[in-house]
Ligand binder design. Structure first.
Ligand code: ADP
Length: 475
């Protein structure tokens, strides 16, 4: 069922589509295949709920968000199992996603109470100049499958805290976690129409997306997904001049200098590259290693990678699950084949896994060069391509030679070098000497064609607020 206006609803068309377990290829269940009419229904509900929701005192919105957070934690195992079932990531990672996702709800429950305005000293006598912040209006969250829970809470908690009503359109591969979140939101008592979920398959996504973009009542779209779809939403939103937040593709560079702690760099690369089987937008996509430590780094990394346990995410001790769909394997295979054909060597992995289905061997490639496909496109799979570099300038040149700019990783123990690289690197986020950096208190987002806006942190709520300036004269 979809969730619109506080009710569980079918698609107007009566159609459904199957949700599949990527580990087995089995159908888990079917959900409504909604379309433009259902999107319209959700917009209507969210629009109608808006005046009352934004008039709810921030403290009361905060209490509801806090209750939602507590429910998410109380159901963390159920949610994690659902994430693993429809997305494939190992249960421990799914559990970590639930905690990460919940942290945004807690954070924005707190931030809801801290949306302050300003009083500006007037340049002319007898006036008061005031600045208010108001919720922008109906907000839409279009979310991806790689974090079926956290990408929803990161957007919706901020929107709800700001006083917006929201409509979520989860990815077609992972609608079930979104519906569980809706169930919990329903239980804690968000008023009807404040939180809505519209579900549909890949084709329906286009129609639903178009309906959101065309409707002037939708004032905000927050999207996480491919750069290609981000561009479509940006273009389609031009006619109604909406505010957009976009979290798009990454292609993250991971630079290891000669002076780095090699073991720490290997550990960081493992975390950054193989988490979620390489399917995150901040996964290290291009690993640049300075020539003095290249061979030893490659050897140590390959040893750790060869030990990764691949299998069904629901089984204990599994570290790498399946890829989300057959198409994803095709992309990984084409990147590896192209690299090998242009002179790269396979140090470990390099093939579909013996488990079959959507499993691919965790892979390390050496002698990778900028001419290869893998250096320009996000692989979104468990493949670490190692590039060799000589100088800092060369590493920076290669790292910045991309249209993307989301995350970058740097390993060095030279404080001067660290600051030079941090200054020169073109990305929204830089992780120095660590492979993991994302949390609710820090601003997540990219530069260049990796996106617009920031999520999480004290900045995240601004994406859902408008400034109103008021002059008081005749006092
Ligand atoms: P990915 O490459 O991660 O699958 P996509 O960008 O294809 O990312 O999908 C991210 C989200 O965008 C999903 O919820 C998907 O259904 C949705 N989507 C895909 N195409 C469109 C579109 N034309 N308009 C609106 N949403 C879309």
């Amino acid at each position: 069922m979809g969730y619109i206006n506080g009710q569980w609803v079918s698609a107007r068309s009566g159609k459904e589509f199957a949700v599949v377990d990527p580990a087995s290829g089995d159908t888990l269940t079917s959900v409504p295949n909604m379309g433009a009419q259902d999107a319209e229904h959700a917009i209507e509900a969210a629009h109608r709920a808006l005046p009352r929701w934004k008039a709810v005192p921030a403290k009361d919105r905060s209490i509801l968000l806090r209750a939602w957070h507590d429910q998410i934690l109380a159901h963390s195992d159920v949610l994690a199992r659902q994430i693993t079932a429809e997305q494939g990531k190992p249960f421990a990672e799914a559990k970590a996603e639930v905690m990460y996702g919940a942290s945004f709800v807690e954070w924005f429950a707190e931030e809801a109470k801290r949306v302050y305005g300003d009083v500006i000293p007037s340049p002319v006598p007898g006036r008061k100049l005031l600045v208010y912040k108001e919720p922008i209006g109906v907000a839409v969250a279009v979310t991806p499958w790689n974090f079926p829970l956290a990408m929803i809470t990161r957007k919706c908690a901020a929107a709800l805290a700001a006083g917006c009503t929201v409509i979520v359109k989860p990815a077609e591969s992972t609608p079930l976690t979104a519906l569980l979140l809706a169930d919990l939101a329903h239980k804690v008592g968000f008023p009807a129409g404040v939180f809505n979920v519209v579900v549909g398959d890949k084709d329906a996504a286009q129609e639903i997306g178009r309906a959101f973009c065309d409707d002037p009542r939708v004032r905000k779209i927050s999207f996480t997904g491919s750069t290609e779809v981000g561009r479509i939403l940006l273009r389609q939103s031009a006619s109604t001049v909406k505010k957009l937040s976009l979290e798009l593709g990454g292609n993250a560079p991971f630079i290891v200098f000669d002076d780095a702690d090699i073991d720490a760099a290997v550990e960081g690369a493992m975390v950054s590259k193989y988490r979620n089987a390489g399917q995150t937008c901040v996964c290290a996509n291009r690993i640049y290693v300075q020539e003095g430590i290249y061979d030893i780094f490659a050897e140590k990394l390959a040893k750790s990678v060869a030990e990764l346990r691949v299998g069904r995410g629901a089984d204990p001790g599994i570290e790498v699950g399946p890829l989300i769909e057959e198409e994803s394997l095709g992309k990984v295979e084409s990147h590896v084949a192209d690299a090998v054909q242009k002179g790269a060597s396979v140090l470990t992995g390099g093939r579909r896994h013996v488990l079959g289905g959507r499993f691919y061997e965790p892979t390390v490639l050496t002698n990778v060069t900028p001419e290869m496909l893998i250096s320009r496109e996000e692989t979104f799979g468990p493949v670490a391509p190692l590039f060799r570099f000589r100088s800092e300038a060369q590493a920076l040149q290669m790292a910045n030679d991309t249209e993307f700019g989301l995350a970058a990783y740097v390993y060095s123990r030279d404080i001067g070098r660290i600051f030079r690289v941090v200054d020169a690197i073109e990305s929204g986020m830089v992780a120095v000497n660590t492979g993991a950096f994302s949390n609710e208190v820090a601003p997540f987002g990219g530069v260049k064609q990796s996106g617009l806006g920031r999520e999480g942190s004290k900045y995240g709520i601004d994406e859902y607020l408008e400034i109103k300036y008021v002059t008081l004269a005749g006092l």
